[in-house]
Design a protein around this ligand. Structure first.
Ligand code: NAP
Ligand code: MG
Length: 401
């Protein structure tokens, strides 16, 4: 069979450790046999990031802005131990943080559902996609440990010198204070990315905040979403047959637990941090969680939600067998290739992505899976395969679909 041709290159961001091994296996066994793959390659492996003083990460993000679609392998975020391990020149920032800042994007996390790996919440039939605002609030806070009696005030000094002043509390003993902020522009980008992504998935969008208590701060989130929806998206949503729905965060949590799934849940930064771990663990496994960064201008970067699976990599280096789950990384590739196909009008590329995802899920449903899934599956006749055997089994299913 002739290989599928591409017109625009995908931005390919290679990464680290066990996921770098998976990356090559997936390309060799699941992509290159079927697609005349066109990518612009960036090596985000820690060694090359260090050699280029992290310029490669910036370049890869700029290339994503240029071409519109990227696929990224998991990468190491350096800490003290990694500084020594890789003799780094400096402690580089998280590549995901750098890329997110350049694309001004929002991260959407979605579980991959498959028969045999059942959600812990019985009513969930479809994935719940979690959108987390990735700027400000408690993550950019300023705190004071109040030593004793005194008055705490909130003061804003305008560029023209005008002051706004509020009393926070009159302390008669020790206590604590926290100052947090956000920026309208960042909330607007978040809102647009959410509306764009809801349209692209044709799924309802929910937003929950605590605007009954936080009458200025949280209400600003609610109002910005509402204004943008009314002026730019209402008609498009109606046409797509989807809705935008605002409710209090506690009501949202209650509704989520009773829902069937199949919608996007937009959360403020802290809520998103907490709720994404709840949603992903309730759906089964981190290795079955995909992630896509969407910019307000409609640029997409696909990746797996998990890290570089370091422990498996060290086993691999010792020549021991590994059973690392490649599913989220495969879906990052198929997600990116499908989007490329949609944007360029290449139907074969979209069909390839659908078929490869189907082959991956059918392989698992037939009882062949990696160890992490074998431990939690409800299927009875199960074979736990090693990393390479599982990828081979998917190729086999694909060829026989
Ligand atoms: P991790 O790589 O996600 O792995 C944590 C544990 O989860 C693994 O040890 C493994 O458990 C299990 N696991 C995760 N993915 C799996 C898969 N595909 N198949 C089977 N098991 C899987 O997180 P980490 O160990 O905390 O971080 C390792 C490195 O990844 C760090 O350097 C961190 O900076 C980086 N990281 C990168 C990203 C990213 O690029 N998006 C995200 C998170 C972390 P068992 O060992 O019990 O089998
Ligand atoms: Mg967290």
């Amino acid at each position: 069979m002739a290989k599928i041709q591409m017109t625009t290159p995908l931005v390919e961001m290679d990464g680290d450790e066990m996921t770098r091994i998976l990356w090559q296996l997936i390309k060799d066994k699941l992509i290159l046999p079927y697609i005349d793959l066109k990518t612009e390659y960036y090596d985000l492996g820690l060694k090359y990031r260090d050699e280029t003083d992290d310029q490669v990460t910036v370049d890869s993000a700029n290339a994503t802005l240029k071409y519109g679609v990227a696929v990224k392998c998991a990468t190491i975020t350096p800490n003290a131990a990694r500084m020594t391990e890789y003799s780094l020149k400096k402690m580089y920032k998280s590549p995901n943080g750098t890329i997110r800042a350049i694309l001004d994007g929002t991260v959407f996390r979605a579980p991959i559902m498959v028969k045999g790996i059942e959600p812990n919440v019985r009513s969930w039939e479809k994935p719940i996609v979690l959108a987390r605002h990735a700027y400000g609030d408690v993550y950019k806070n300023v705190e004071i440990d109040v030593p004793g009696p005194g008055k705490a005030e909130l003061v804003f000094t305008g560029a023209d010198g005008t002051e706004i002043r509020e009393t926070i509390h009159e302390f008669d003993g020790p206590g604590i204070i926290q100052g947090v902020h956000n920026i309208d522009k960042s909330i607007e980008s978040f809102a647009k990315a959410c509306f764009e992504y809801a349209l692209s998935l044709k799924q309802d969008l929910w937003l929950g905040t605590k605007d009954t208590i936080s009458k200025t701060y949280d209400r600003t989130f609610r109002e910005i979403f509402e204004n943008i929806f009314e002026t730019e998206y209402k008609a498009k949503f109606e046409e797509a047959g989807i809705t935008y729905f605002y409710t209090l965060i506690d009501d949202a949590v209650a509704r989520v637990m009773k829902s069937k799934g199949g919608f996007i849940w937009a959360c403020k930064n802290y809520d998103g941090d907490v709720m994404s771990d709840m949603v992903s663990s309730a759906f089964g496994s981190l290795a079955m969680m995909t992630s896509v960064l969407v910019s307000p201008s409609g640029v997409y970067e696909y990746e797996a939600a998990h890290g570089t699976v370091q422990r498996h990599y060290y086993k691999h280096l010792k020549g021991e067998e590994t059973s690392t789950n490649p599913v989220a990384t495969i879906f990052a590739w198929t997600g990116a290739l499908r989007k490329r196909g949609e944007l360029d009008g290449i139907k074969e590329l979209v069909e390839y992505a659908d078929r490869m995802e189907k082959a991956t899920l059918s392989t698992i449903e037939s009882g062949k899976m990696t160890k992490d899934l074998a431990l939690i599956t409800t299927l009875s006749d199960v074979t736990a395969l090693n990393t390479e055997q599982f990828i081979d089994a998917i190729a086999d299913t694909y060829n026989n679909l």
